[in-house]
Structure formats: C-alpha cells, structure tokens
Write a protein that binds this ligand. Structure first.
Ligand SMILES: Cc1ncc(COP(=O)(O)O)c(C=O)c1O
Length: 584
C-alpha cells in the first residue's frame, strides 16, 4: 500500500481548510514590528502572540490590521512629504554626503523610506556585524522577525508528518495548504494552477524535465543565457531523441526578440497531436541582468509550445502575475525571495499541464496503492501529491506563508528603489579611473539600467545585478579570486565566477568562440588555460534589504582597488595566502 491517507480521511483533512486569508497587511506585523515608523498598528509585543495563537488566530490577527496601514498606500499619500526621508544619520560620514547628492539625483528614492525602516528593524545584524551584503542573487537575507515568529510558532505547536491524520499531522497539513494558497495568491494564479513543493527551483525544473513527454520530433527550445538547471533539461530531451534548440544570447545577455520568434516559429509543434515541444525561458538572468519580456510566452503558447518559466531570480524583486503571464509551469526558490527557509521551492503549475507529465518513478507520498510484488500502482488522488516525493518540508512551510506576506508588503517598492541604487552604482563605478593611466577601474559587463523608474508600481526592464571585472592601471584584468579575497577582508559579501550560467557568462565575456571549441572531459582549468585568464565576473546584486550604504561601500571598495597604496598590501597578503602571483 502507499503512504497516503484513505479517501475518507482525505476528505476530513481537506474539510479543515480555512478560506484564503487576505495577505495585504500580514507582512507588516512582521516587518514593521520595530520599524521606526508610527503608521503601523501592529507592534513587536503583538508579533509573538499572533503566531503563538496557532494558524487561524495568527492570521486573523493579520487581517485585523486595517488596509489603510499598507505601506504602499501610505507612501502614495505621503509622496510629497519629505519628513519621511530615509535616515541619513545611520550612514557613515562619507556616505552621508554622497547620500545627499544621491537624493537630489534620485528624488523618487524617498518614496521607499519604508524599506529603510525595514533595514533598521529586520536587518539590524548587518550594521551590528559590519557586513556589506551584496549577494542577493545568491540568496536573499531573511528578516529577523520572520525567524522570531517562526521559531515561536514551532516552539508553541506540535507538528507531525503530514502523512497521517493525528492532530499534529493535521496542523502540518493545514500549514502546507496555507502555504500553497499563499503561493497561488502571491503570483495571482487563476484556479487552474496548483503548487508542487520541491527542494528548490532546480528541483522544480527537474520535475518538468524528467516527466515531460519528449519524443522524437519534440523540440526543447531554450535561451543560451540560462541557468544550468534549465540547460540540464536538455539531457532528458536528448535521451528521448528530442531536438535541443538554443536561442543565442546577445552580447549583453538575454536574446533578440525577433530572432527568438523566428526560432520558435521554425521549431514549433507541427500539429496539435504532434510531438510536444517545450520552451523554457528565464525571467531574469542571474549574471547578465537581462529581463525576458514575458510577452514572448503568449507568442510561444500560440504556436503550441508548453512554456516553463525559471523565475528563481525574477521573483525576489519583481511582481509576477500568472494572469498576465500564463506559463504552464514556473519554478521558484523561497530563500531567493525572502532568505528563509532554504530547502523549499515550488513548481507553480497548471493542473492540465501536470496531467500530461509522466513521472519516471513513484515514491512514498505520491501513491495511493502499490501492488507488491506486481506492477499495479495507483497514484495519489491530489495531482500535486503525485509530484512530491516522500515527506514535504512541513516544518518550514509556515515560514513560506509568512515570508510571502512579508514580501508582498515591500515588493511594490523594490523595482524603483533597486533601480535607483543600481543606476547610481553603475554610473559611479563606471566613472572611476586609475590616476596614473586614466584606465577605467571596472568594466561593467551586465546590462545597465535602462528605463528610468520614477514611480511605485513601475517596473524596470533590467534587474539589480552588476557583473563586472576589475582592471589594473595597465588595463589587464585583476583576478576575480583576488577581488573576492580583498572584498572579504573589507567585509563585503559578493560573488565571483560564472554563476552557473555559462551561456550568459560566455556572451558578456566575449568567449563564445572558445566555448564552441570545448570537448568532452574539459575542466574549467583547461578552459581558463586556453582563454588565458580566470573566467567569470565579479557579481554585485542588490535586493530586499539593500540600502544606500551598501552601494556606497561597494564604490569605496572599488576605489581601494583603484589605488596602488591601498591595493598592494591586500595583494601581498593574498599572494602570501594563496601562494601565487607577484605584487604588481
Ligand atoms: C536564474 C536562476 N535559475 C535557477 C537557479 C537555481 O536555483 P536553486 O539553486 O535555488 O535551485 C538560480 C540560482 O541562483 C538562478 O539564479
């Protein structure tokens, strides 16, 4: 027999579901628990009690906060009220002067004061520990209140394995149901969608890859500027004799829309019942900073493709509506969105699409009846259960619900705020020159911010990632491994490398020809030997907790790289530590 409940018990379990709670304010009771703001009625003393009441009561408390308290409505009302400028007093001396000029150049940034307030309350640890965190693309930072509330909930409640009907199991089941509903609500998913919990976005992409009914005559169309977890699907496609078709990246990442349309048209399914074709697209590139215009989904669907959106990078800072972008399936990781929990992602997917997927195996949790020995297998009744192998990560799912509500409260501000910070950083970094030679200190390789974002609700055409390489006064590249070392010495968390996006990296580094020459068994070291330098970029990525000080710190760091006197001691200690190179 399988591991799921009998059908009558299933009925009971479902009957305790409560209706979807209104998400508008729930995040505020977390995020503004101790914010320096008087506009919110939910304070930190209420915070813990909300959660110790149990799920329904906890969320009733959320609903009790009136919608007038929503930060977006407050910001709109106060858009001309400069009393709400972000606090300059918390900035270092140099940054405070730079901040004044920044606010003159980007006056709209003032409208995002609520996020500065959040930074002071929920990301206090950054200033306490003196760390500049600019690796949001690697993982967002969790708000401290989310952790407090979640640990309190765990301490006050008893949660058991969902594959049972005890009180403790039902609470876990209810937490899972709530998380599913919160996810659907967050992405504005119409009723035809459901949620499959996965370990991460890669797990969600793999579920589609391994189950998609590729066959001879099928095409798997994807963009070069994609994460390896999207490229990896080609292994499933090729094994079943499907053709893999790449849409090339432009030199700045992303793709040319007309070229993409031509390739999609040329490789479309031949007839309604012909071999199925899958189009995978990346919402936001994690290295080139390119956003894919999601209108291409409509075009691909009209040609008969199934569409799979990798939203792992996009979802953290850009609202996604599955009403407007009705992809067949979308992959996300929650730690990328609000930092906690790791180990949980989701495939948000149309039920009709799930029905067309064929799982290569079954496991505990996915089946109702298994004949042993024998061949008979009856899959679980709920379609999403058929795709959730074993026990879901039930202990962390309440934090997914809360994290989504939290992010909902702040997400409206992020596109404009991050556009301002990214645009400022790109311009300031581009201006830096080596005094002795006039050579630029950095070369920005990723897409620069394009359309000016001036109002809350406007979206940016690019993300908040800056991929760059540093140069010596001679113009020669400063090794990324040294930059990473020096950054960590200066308490800056950034990332270097190709970011699991070889196509995007090759495009912006201009090494696509070398990439073509790769052979089976090649190592990264071999590849670097051929190109003649370290491969990869230095990546600065901003997100939910970013503020002006972070950007300022990065610019100061770049100035250190520009100055021989400050760079050389770091270089010497790096060469000593790593046993390579000579002081330059
Ligand atoms: C665009 C993109 N897709 C997919 C992934 C994979 O996400 P995860 O490692 O959470 O599975 C990442 C991770 O950085 C990403 O940036």
């Amino acid at each position: 027999m399988g591991n799921s409940q009998s059908s009558s018990l299933n009925y009971n379990a479902r009957s305790i579901r409560r209706r979807r709670s209104v998400p508008i304010l729930s995040g505020i009771s977390l995020g503004c628990a101790s914010a320096h703001s008087s506009v919110f009625s939910c304070d930190s003393s209420q915070e813990i009690s909300h959660f110790s009441l149990g799920i329904d009561e906890k969320h009733k408390k959320y609903r009790d906060c009136s919608s007038e308290d929503h930060p977006s409505s407050q910001a709109t009302l106060r858009s001309s009220n400069v009393a709400y400028v972000p606090a300059a007093d918390s900035l270092g001396a140099g940054a405070a002067t730079g901040y004044e000029q920044f606010l003159r150049d980007y006056p709209q940034y003032r409208l995002t004061w609520i996020v500065d307030s959040l930074r002071r309350s929920d990301y206090r640890r950054l200033s306490r520990l003196g760390e500049t965190y600019v690796d949001y693309m690697g993982g967002s930072l969790y708000p401290e209140s989310l952790i407090r509330v979640h640990t309190e909930f765990l301490s006050e409640n008893i949660l058991g394995n969902t594959h049972s009907v005890s009180n403790s199991s039902r609470l876990s089941q209810r937490s899972a149901d709530e998380a599913r509903e919160a996810i659907l609500l967050f992405f504005k998913a119409p009723p035809e969608y459901t949620v499959v919990f996965t370990p991460n976005a890669s797990g969600a992409l793999k579920l589609v890859g391994e189950s998609y009914p590729f066959t001879g005559g099928s095409n798997y169309v994807l963009c070069s500027d994609s994460h390896n977890s999207v490229h990896g699907i080609r292994e499933f496609a090729s094994r079943r004799s499907a053709q893999v078709v790449y849409i090339p990246s432009t030199h700045h990442g992303g793709f040319d829309a007309n070229h993409a349309k031509t390739l999609l048209l040329r490789n479309r399914p031949r007839a309604k019942d012909a071999a199925p074709c899958l189009f995978a697209l990346t919402g936001l590139s994690n290295i080139t900073n390119s956003k894919t215009p999601l209108s291409i989904v409509e075009y691909a669907s009209s040609l008969g493709y199934h569409t799979l959106l990798d939203a792992a990078a996009l979802a953290a800072t850009s609202p996604i509506s599955l009403i407007e972008t009705p992809v067949d399936a979308m992959a996300v990781s929650f730690y990328k969105m609000f930092g906690f929990p790791t180990g949980v992602g989701a495939l948000v997917v149309k039920k009709s699409f799930l029905k067309q997927l064929k799982r290569p195996w079954f496991a505990g949790g996915t089946v109702d009846v298994v004949q042993v020995p024998g061949h008979v297998v009856t899959r679980s009744r709920e379609i999403y259960e058929q795709f959730e192998d074993g026990t879901i990560n039930y202990l962390t799912l309440p934090a997914v619900t809360d994290g989504l509500r939290f992010l909902s409260a702040y997400l409206p501000f992020l596109p404009m705020r991050l556009w301002c910070l990214t645009d400022f950083a790109v311009k300031a970094l581009s201006r830096l020159r080596h005094e002795s030679t006039g050579i630029p200190v950095v070369r920005i390789l990723s897409r620069r911010p394009t359309n000016r974002v001036s109002a809350i609700g406007e979206q940016s055409e690019t993300g908040s990632t800056i991929s760059l390489i540093f140069s010596f006064p001679t113009g020669e590249m400063i090794p990324n491994s040294f930059v990473e070392y020096a950054a960590s010495k200066k308490s800056i968390s950034l990332r270097t490398g190709c970011m699991c996006n070889p196509g995007g990296a090759a495009a912006i580094l201009g090494i696509e020809d070398h990439m073509e020459q790769l052979y089976p068994g090649v190592t990264l070291k071999d590849f670097e030997d051929v190109v003649g330098r370290e491969l990869g970029v230095v990546r600065i990525s901003l997100g939910l907790g970013s503020n002006f000080q972070d950007v300022w710190d990065v610019i100061q760091f770049a100035s250190i790289m520009a100055c021989e006197q400050s760079r050389n001691p770091l270089w010497d200690s790096w060469t000593e530590a790593s046993g390579i190179g000579q002081a330059i």
